[in-house]
Design a protein around this ligand. Structure first.
Ligand SMILES: [Zn+2]
Length: 406
């Protein structure tokens, strides 16, 4: 055999040997389905949050089914629901064991929220405090909360919570990590706040499920031959895996209130709240006009700012004192010092006085002008009369001269 053919044959054999496993891996990879388990929260006797005639277990099912339908359109995924009816009763342990049994790669728990004082709104996710499960589900959550923001759902952040013994507070997250399945609890929005109740009709619930699916597709860089959607190049940012479990937030935020200015043109006083928190961002602010008994509906805090301003019409500044409140993403609040509104009252009294003085001065000036005007008119009459007298005198003089000549 000539040398060139020998080399060609060896090269061919080597490339064949190298190609084989690659093809095998690729074939394996494309056949390998990602198993995604969707768990509609509660069910049966566990109603979940129950507000204004809506039970959480009922809407969780709608969202979960919509998510499953949308996610099934993507290639290479197998989507499984832990249960299909709101009447199915399942313990947390059973749900996690179900995920383990079907060899879930990811575990998504569908929930809605409500707060004790009905004062919060927005969406949040809960993830485990541990390692790669934290890192992965944090990355997913960031994508998801951005999707929700597109329709106006407020982003309440990504959170962890530990028991005193250092294990995850939420059973599904704890057992997920135990079974080596990254899990996340999605709290879509609050059922008991008017800022969010507009997202609870069937159309919006279905949209929630679709957004959940799109977030999963982006996170797992899926594509769909059915719809043409392709997220294979989607950039996912993973935070570093924590070396020690992420602890609970134990420090409340700081909050200070000051009166900045009084805008007489618009008859408003401008106040400024300065707030900060070391662990979780500030989410909401409000204020009280009755010494802290009741507070205004909470407003959204701009997370890029260390302070927020608000205005009060002078008419609302009738009480003595005002107190501001802020909440961090861990629902911890801080109230400001009491700011006295006396300064505004004194300012308003001064304004009133100035106005009265100005009015008086104006009235005086008007009288003066009237006097001046009447005085002027008299002078004019006198002047005209004088002029007439002079003319008559001159005429008389001329007549007298003429008479004398005759
Ligand atoms: Zn729930």
């Amino acid at each position: 055999m000539n040398r060139r053919i020998k080399i060609l044959m060896i090269a061919f054999m080597i490339s064949f040997m190298v190609m084989m496993p690659v093809q095998e891996i690729m074939a394996d990879k494309s056949n390998e389905e990602l198993v995604i388990v969707i768990d509609p929260g509660h069910g049966g006797s566990q109603k979940g949050a129950d507000y204004n005639g809506i039970m959480e277990k009922d809407i969780n099912i709608i969202v979960a089914k919509s998510m499953a339908e949308e996610l099934s359109k993507y290639d290479g995924v197998k989507v499984v629901l832990t249960h299909e009816s709101a009447e199915d009763e399942m313990s947390i342990k059973e749900r996690a064991e179900f995920a383990k049994k079907v060899k879930a790669d990811y575990f998504f728990c569908i929930h809605f929220n409500a707060s004790g004082n009905h004062n919060f709104y927005g969406a949040e996710t809960w993830v485990t405090s541990y390692g790669r499960y934290y890192s992965e589900m944090y990355a997913f959550s960031e994508i998801l909360l951005k999707e929700f923001e597109k329709i106006g759902v407020y982003d309440r952040g990504i959170k962890t919570k530990l028991e005193t013994d250092g294990t995850d507070y939420y059973g599904v997250l704890r057992r997920g990590a135990e079974f080596d399945i990254p899990a996340v609890i999605i709290e879509h929005c609050h059922m008991d706040h008017e800022e969010d109740t507009k997202f609870l009709d069937e159309e919006k619930l279905i949209q929630f499920g679709q957004m959940d699916a799109v977030a999963v597709a982006k996170f797992l860089q899926l594509k769909s031959s059915e719809t043409g959607a392709d997220y294979s190049d989607y950039e996912v940012t993973f935070p570093e895996e924590p070396q020690i479990p992420i602890p609970n937030d134990e420090t409340p935020p700081e909050c200070h209130l000051t009166l900045v200015s009084m805008n007489d043109g618009e008859e408003k006083a401008v106040f400024r709240i300065d707030a900060s928190d070391e662990e979780y961002p500030i989410l909401y602010y409000g204020y009280s006009l009755d010494g802290g008994e009741t507070f205004t509906t909470l407003s959204r805090w701009n997370r890029n700012e260390s302070f927020m301003e608000f205005e009060l019409p002078y008419g609302d500044c009738t009480v003595e004192n005002i107190i501001a409140v802020v909440y961090n993403a861990y629902n911890m609040d801080a109230k400001s010092e009491t700011v006295s509104l006396n300064e505004i009252k004194e300012h308003l009294l001064k304004l009133e006085e100035e106005e009265r003085a100005a009015k008086e001065a104006l009235a005086e000036a008007e009288t003066y002008v009237v006097q001046r005007q009447t005085g002027g008119e008299i002078y004019l009459v006198i002047a005209v009369l004088c002029l007439l007298g002079i003319v008559i005198a001159i005429l008389g003089l001329i007549l007298d001269i003429k008479k004398a000549k005759m």
